[in-house]
Design a protein around this ligand. Sequence first.
Ligand code: NAD
Length: 498
Amino acid sequence: MRDISHFIDGASVAGTSGRYADVFNPNTGEVQARVALATEAEIGAAVASAVRAQQTWALVNPQRRARVMFEFKRLVEARIDELAELLSSEHGKVVADSKGDIQRGLEVIEFACGIPHALKGEYTEGAGPGIDVYSMRQPLGVAAGITPFNFPGMIPMWMFGIAIATGNTFILKPSEKDPSLPVRLGELMMEAGAPKGVLNVVHGDKAAVDAILDHPDIKAVSFVGSSDIASYVYSRGTANGKRVQAMGGAKNHGIILPDADLEQATKDIIGAAYGSAGERCMALPVVVPVGKHTADEVRERVLAEIETLKVGISTDAAAQYGPVVTAAHRQRVEDYIQLGVEEGAELVVDGRGFKLQGYENGFFIGPTLFDQVKPAMRTYQEEIFGPVLQIVRAETFEEALELPSSHQYGNGVAIFTRNGRAAREFAARVNVGMVGINVPIPVPVAYHSFGGWKRSAFGDVNQHGMEGVRFYTKVKTITARWPEGSVEDSAFVIPTMQ
Ligand code: NAD
């Protein structure tokens, strides 16, 4: 059995806990490797390495740190085929989608290449007589990232790209379900010229996460995963005095107004609902057509599109999506489908029991469609995270606006319409963090920032863009006076600009 090791202080380090998690090949259902789960001491060793490295890394000038990012980007791009196949072999998403996963991460690295500009502070000349005020952004020290299985390339890069470029060192605790790509990224960061200890990759489960949350030398924790764990990470991390951003689950709605281009909207929704087997936090698992006519037409069009969908192994270039990540996850999705039936939704297409010829033990689920889903149903209120699309019919614009606005999750939402006024009003009023207008998956570009509302994100600062720079730095503001002539007596009242 192949063992997947930690990457600490620039070297591969075998785990010592004696505890391991299985890493599957979701296409075949076989266990292909096991990954070591870290102890508190192993987290401690990674932090000690990161603390040592940070002292000199913070002194490297921003332009030189940016050069490491340029080189990292070049190295990853040169190996993108190999890295995407590695990702797919553990996650199950199709290789083209894995390339997209890595590419979206690289776009944050591209943003980080401009860090000298982003780190420039503010300056006020003559804030008072002979007084100048300026501010600078300094790194926090050691930061940590805890990431989910569904984007093992993009999400680690969201975090460490900006953390490292701003002068921090980093501990990455990736998902134990697909840990190999994050280790390769750690190795490539060293090859790109980052000193050892600048990026450490430590595998683990709750024990490793708790050790990160309790370690006094870790100053900031970025988490992405499901909401209950995000909430736990946020509470425990902030109680320990850390800066924490914790992104959680999602249930994104696609609103279709009667005047939309229904052909395009349906194609967009199919891709956003079933792509990556629905295992995206920006997937669109709920479609809300407004009016009976729109709903009936969308249903017919979705059904026709489902007929043409091809589910296959992740290396099948003709497949639109592959298996889900584990047998346990497939069971969870299938249990939700059963619950939907019991709750009284209309199961129009049932993807349970889907078998791919030659890969009968793979973790596949066929595309599934529900109609007549009601807001009181648990299958509507909770995140399913599989290839399951639910139609929730609305009568009016206001009813459609209310659905995502009052849902417990508020990650993304999309509206499909030709009416600019309706789209504008929807975007302004909807109680959700990221909005697409005729864009089904509105993941913001790297120089904007990513973050949902309500139970989709705990903490105040988003991922990447200038929000990321703010998260990984603290502001120091200097008020300087160089008096001419005699030195005045000290003032004992607070200085004002009166
Ligand atoms: P998860 O919550 O199971 O795991 C996330 C991380 O937490 C992993 O590193 C895991 O090892 C760790 N973890 C697991 N159990 C833990 C525990 N009891 N205590 C502490 N840490 C623990 O999530 P997942 O299944 O890997 O990913 C899917 C979830 O992530 C979905 O809910 C999805 O919506 C969400 N997600 C959100 C975003 C976003 O930006 N909002 C992006 C991607 C995924």
